[in-house]
Design a protein around this ligand. Structure first.
Ligand code: CP
Ligand code: NVA
Length: 319
């Protein structure tokens, strides 16, 4: 029962990198989401989605991962290609081989590269020297693949993105940054509640505000979580201490503890039908209570959509 009428994907994105959501227009991101929805439906229906037959993706990890690793590896496989997990502990970059050399060598072997690393400069340097598409699988600055999946999930549940209010509660980190970027591009009202000293990067906020001005969206930074949550359609949170900040754990707990938490009181300020999203892994009793976490199974729809959002990115960039 093979249906040969596979959707023809646009070739406009072939060869591009995916480093930040702001590198793409509202129309582009809408198309990425449409393709993600299509791949999800086709895969679930058992129809062919082998857009990347014979292609190989290298997946470089300098930090831990469950979702990103497994969704990229299985995603490229479902598209008919092959993923290679490359831990920086085993690669020569772990022993000091320069990124420009690694980029040029891997470009001779592979059709695409994903990297999860620390400094955003590393991803940019890799993309500059690689002749194949480079996908940002998380840096200290941004996590665009996660937010593409988040946008897909919100659109699935709410039927739209523009005009919705999304509150982010917690550290002004990579998640806050990419949510501002993606939300602004899609005409959402993004309010981040973060403590002083842990605010989002000012340059990222300024760029997101510029993007929001084009779509009728907005980006606001406040300190009070209840103010951010008021009448929100989407409540989002993330860990207080990100990967690489393990030594700051106690200090951060003292600042965030008891205040920057998604709990029943905070949910009472949001709309009655507000969604709760979390990029995961979640720390129950810290940024979210176990009760709220368990009452919002859409968090797992969000995790599932990593697969489809990234399949869309790979299918379009490696075409
Ligand atoms: N949300 C996310 O990126 O999860 P992993 O760290 O498990 O990849
Ligand atoms: N802010 C978190 C996100 C994990 C997916 C981190 O960088 O560790």
């Amino acid at each position: 029962m093979t249906d040969n009428k596979k959707m023809e994907l646009k070739k406009d994105y072939a060869g591009r990198d995916f480093l930040s959501l702001l590198d793409y227009t509202t129309e582009d991101l809408t198309y990425f989401l449409d393709v993600a929805d299509h791949l999800k439906a086709e895969k679930k229906a058992g129809r062919p989605i082998d857009y990347l037959k014979g292609k190989t993706m290298g997946l470089i990890f300098e930090k831990s991962s469950t979702r990103t690793r497994v969704s990229f590896e299985s995603g490229i496989y479902y598209l008919g290609g092959q993923g290679l997990f490359l831990s920086s502990n085993d690669l020569q970059i772990g022993r000091g081989e320069p990124i420009p050399d690694t980029a040029r060598v891997l470009s001779r072997f592979l059709d695409g590269l994903m990297i999860r690393t620390f400094s955003h400069d590393i991803v940019e340097e890799l993309a500059e020297y690689a002749s194949i598409p480079v996908i940002n699988g998380l840096t200290d600055l941004l996590h665009p693949c996660q937010v593409l999946a988040d946008l897909q999930t919100i659109r699935e549940h709410k039927g739209k993105l523009a005009g919705l209010k999304m509150a982010f509660i917690g550290d002004g980190n990579n998640m806050a940054h990419s949510l501002m970027n993606g939300g602004a591009r899609m005409g959402m009202h993004v309010v981040c509640a973060c403590p002083e000293g842990y605010l989002p990067d000012a340059a990222v906020v300024a760029a997101a505000r510029e993007a929001a001005a084009l779509t009728g969206g907005s980006v606001e930074i406040v300190n009070d979580p209840l103010e951010a949550a008021r009448d929100a359609d989407v409540i989002y949170t993330d860990v207080w201490a990100s990967m690489g900040q393990e030594s700051e754990k106690a200090e951060r707990e003292a600042v965030f503890g008891g205040i920057y938490q998604v709990n029943d009181e905070l949910m009472a300020a949001a709309k009655a039908d507000a969604m709760v999203l979390h990029c995961l892994p979640a720390h129950r009793g810290e940024e979210i209570t176990a009760e709220v976490f368990e009452a919002h199974p859409e968090i797992f729809d969000e995790a599932e959509n990593r697969l489809y959002a990234q399949m869309a990115v790979m299918a379009l960039l490696l075409a």
